[in-house]
Design a protein around this ligand. Structure first.
Ligand SMILES: Cc1cc2nc3c(=O)[nH]c(=O)nc-3n(C[C@H](O)[C@H](O)[C@H](O)COP(=O)(O)O)c2cc1C
Length: 356
């Protein structure tokens, strides 16, 4: 089945859910333009999530996707504490920025169980997961007549997701911005480029494959369709859209960055994710000491990251970015969608060769 039919959309282009970034305007603009808009809901408490869904529905009557982080990502060793070197480094940053004591480490996302209850009650048309999915969740979503998709970063993960019953798998190549969706094994072995990952996932599963990672324009879309992908999911490309409203510093840094600055690190959140290298990442990585598990590591650096972002100081904030960063375009989301569709058609006819 085509992804257009699966999701009841016009164009096989999915805007990636981006927790902490994006807006209901972005979701609605993409869905209204015939793609699949998405919201990253992992940090939203159930009542906030419900209000968010109502707000999206006030702006579009088209299908959209709401994304959660798998419950497995909420389980961690409660006894772990921040190491002495990391604590001293963070405290020195706090002094530098005039911040108070370090906050207590706490879990930032979920609970996915309660969030999923809301998505099912509200009949959200497409529900997606990052960091794996649980079989009973897939079954509950299907019993409610809704669709479920999830990210895979290896062929093994894609086969696991298929066996759990997802409707389509997102093959997330190593180029991708934001968190690696890796949920089986070592993330370093799961850093497989989109060009290699997509066709091998297509060969390994019988469900539609959505390509993600480094796709910024028609060249990436057409290439991924040639690799066998049914659709594409794009994140970094939407960071330049006016509706996304990322802080001015992040946008400015994206506009002046090259792909080599978009690095995979665990130093920000405790899980591997690709973002723009800065002083915080380099200095944290240089400590010879294990960091806190996800998402505790993220929580202890939260006041620091926020204050630096507000002050326009690029040394400390999180600025997720894929390796396609230098192809970023600034335009409204509907215009980006229309350009992607038109340019893909033009490119396909160029490749087919014009008749004599
Ligand atoms: C700013 C940002 C935030 C992201 N947040 C999420 C998220 O909350 N959930 C998720 O499933 N994927 C998230 N991703 C990853 C995307 O789903 C997707 O894999 C990635 O954007 C594709 O690569 P690209 O950024 O090169 O287009 C995020 C990506 C970015 C850039």
């Amino acid at each position: 089945m085509s992804t257009e039919a699966l999701f009841n959309i016009q164009h096989p282009i999915l805007q990636a859910p981006m927790a902490g970034s994006g807006s209901t305007d972005l979701v609605a603009a993409v869905s209204n333009a015939g793609g699949l808009g998405a919201a990253g809901a992992a940090p939203m408490k159930p009542d906030v999530l419900r209000a968010h869904i109502h707000e999206i529905r006030g702006k579009t009557d088209k299908p959209f996707n709401i994304n959660l982080f798998a419950p497995a990502s909420e389980r961690y060793d409660q006894s772990l504490e921040l190491g002495p070197k990391a604590r001293a480094l963070l405290e020195s940053y706090h002094r530098e920025l005039g911040l108070a004591e370090l906050p207590e480490a706490r879990a930032l996302f979920g609970p996915a169980e309660a969030q999923l209850d809301v998505l099912i009650e509200e009949k959200v048309p497409v529900i997606s997961f990052h960091f794996g999915v649980e079989q009973d969740h897939v079954e509950r979503i299907h019993r409610a007549g809704l669709k479920v998709i999830s990210s895979a970063t290896t062929i093994g993960e894609a086969k696991t997701l298929e066996s759990l019953g997802v409707d389509a798998v997102i093959a997330q190549g190593a180029e991708a911005g934001g968190h690696r969706g890796t949920f089986l094994g070592n993330y370093r072995q799961a850093l497989i480029g989109t060009l290699a990952l997509v066709p091998q996932v297509v060969d390994a599963v019988d469900i539609p494959v959505i390509a993600a990672g480094g796709i910024m324009d028609a060249r990436g879309i057409v290439a991924c369709r040639a690799l066998g992908a049914s659709a594409v999911q794009m994140g970094t490309a939407f960071l330049g859209c006016s509706e996304t409203r990322i802080p001015p510093l992040w946008l400015q840094e994206l506009k002046s960055s090259s792909p080599s600055r978009a690095t995979v690190t665990t130093a920000m959140s405790g899980k591997p994710a690709r973002g723009l290298r800065n002083r915080y990442i380099s200095e944290m990585e240089s400590l010879d000491e294990p960091l806190l598990p996800y998402s505790l590591q993220y929580s202890v650096s939260a006041p620091l990251r926020k204050k630096a972002m507000d002050q326009g100081n690029p040394d400390f904030p999180t600025m997720w970015s894929g390796q396609g960063v230098q192809m970023l375009r600034e335009m409204p989301a509907a215009e980006l969608l229309e350009s992607l569709v038109r340019e893909s058609e033009e490119l396909l006819s160029q490749l087919a060769g014009s008749p004599d």
